[in-house]
Design a protein around this ligand. Structure first.
Ligand code: PLP
Length: 395
């Protein structure tokens, strides 16, 4: 008999993952070119050439015992030096390698930091809509995920509701900008206000509130939009970074946590996160790809590719009659469902071989998420189906 907790995890298992599996079955049945799978944030852009060059060079020229061996739980020292230098150069920061722990992607990093922070019953806030896996990351350590109501007109964070939902039990706030699923980038003005609220509440309630910045989409911003680096605005900020999207390496499982010295109890926090990385069974982040990202700090994924997809899909949907805010980052559109039950709309889309994800998976019913990290032709070829759908719903 499986554990009670797993029964509910299995029951509520990721809709996105289920669709991804279904998409593969549909591709076998109808031919991959006739299925428009917008379900998963799996980048269609290849990793930059520097990645392959680094892999080959490391295998040819580095000591194989080092390349494939165990290491400190926090990762290779020289890789963390390279990352710290990159952060300092890019964001004018002053972090050192000890502040960095290499993780098994952002997902691994989030689990490590939740295990490090949470006592049973501790509350973790997040702005709705949010990446649905946060529910499991928090519940894994018996925390309680508290949803902050959405601003459905802009999808910028609802700061009034944030203030209301902070209690003595609040341990952390997870933010994700550029955002999955809305593509919204939080403005500097918003971040300043948000930091003021957190500081005020910390003082009022006599607690530490950690801001956890989940940043897999940091580099994916369009139209010259700047993504504020949150450690600059709030002392108790911990960054969870990932190379899954920024270098198109999601299957390699690589990222890092940054716990700056400014964070309350930083030394204890860093030591505990290292132990959490080990005892969760990750032990350390995968070795070869760690060495690769250490060398690829300046490599860049093809952002204009995603931008072209964004323009084609956004303009096509708006012309068809759908409504949606124009995203400034990441690679998702969060489109208003033409019917209140967005699952019904997703089912109707499936009849046109279009796979999209219900907003309820992100805590926000009435909307659907369309991931545009796909081949450009997939978007072009799916647009007639979207136009048909618009007609069916008389948009
Ligand atoms: N956080 C957000 C907001 C995401 O969208 C994703 C993946 O899509 C993750 C975390 C997990 O990323 P990783 O592949 O680095 O574990």
């Amino acid at each position: 008999m499986i554990a009670d907790k797993m029964v509910s995890f299995v029951k509520n298992s990721s809709v996105i993952r289920a669709m991804f599996e279904e998409g593969k079955i549909m591709a076998d049945k109808y031919g991959a070119e006739n299925v428009y799978d917008f379900s998963l944030g799996n980048p269609n852009v290849p990793a930059p050439k520097e990645v392959k060059e680094a892999i080959l060079d490391i295998l040819d020229n580095e000591d194989p015992v080092l390349v494939h061996g165990y290491m400190s739980n926090s990762g290779y020292e020289d890789v963390r030096v390279a990352i710290a230098e990159h952060i300092n150069k890019t964001f004018d920061e002053n972090v050192n390698p000890n502040n960095i722990i290499m993780t098994v992607g952002a997902a691994g990093g989030m689990n490590v930091i939740m295990k490090t922070l949470l006592n049973p019953g501790d509350e973790v806030l997040t702005f709705t809509p949010y990446f649905g896996e946060y529910r499991s990351y928090v519940s894994n350590y018996d925390g309680v995920l508290v949803e902050i109501a959405p601003n459905t007109d802009t999808f910028q964070p609802n700061l009034e509701d944030l203030e209301k939902k902070i209690t003595k039990k609040t341990k952390a706030l997870i933010v994700n900008t550029p955002n999955n699923p809305t593509g919204v980038v939080y403005s500097e003005e918003t971040i300043i206000k948000l930091a003021d609220i957190l500081r005020k509440k910390e003082k009022e309630l006599g607690i530490d509130i950690y801001l956890i910045s989940d940043e897999p989409y940091r580099e994916l911003a369009y139209d010259g939009v700047k993504v504020p680096y949150l450690t600059k605005y709030y002392e108790n900020t911990i960054v969870g970074y990932s190379y899954s999207k920024s270098l198109s390496l999601p299957g390699e499982r690589i990222g890092y946590l940054l716990i700056p010295d400014s964070v309350a109890d930083a030394a204890d926090m860093i030591a505990a996160a290292n132990v959490a990385n080990r005892i969760l069974g990750y032990v350390n982040a995968p070795s070869l790809i760690q060495r690769v990202v250490g060398r690829c700090q300046d490599a860049k994924v093809d952002v204009p590719f995603y931008d072209r997809n964004r323009e084609t899909l956004y303009n096509g949907l708006i012309e068809a009659g759908f409504s949606c805010i124009k995203p400034e980052g990441a690679f998702y559109l969060f489109v208003k469902s033409p019917v209140a039950d967005e699952k019904e709309f997703c089912a109707a889309a499936k009849k046109h071989n279009i796979l999209i994800v219900p907003g309820s998976s992100f805590g926000c019913a009435g909307f659907v998420r369309i991931a545009y990290c796909v081949a450009h032709e997939t978007i072009v070829n799916a647009l007639p189906g979207f136009r048909e759908l618009a007609k069916e719903y008389a948009l």
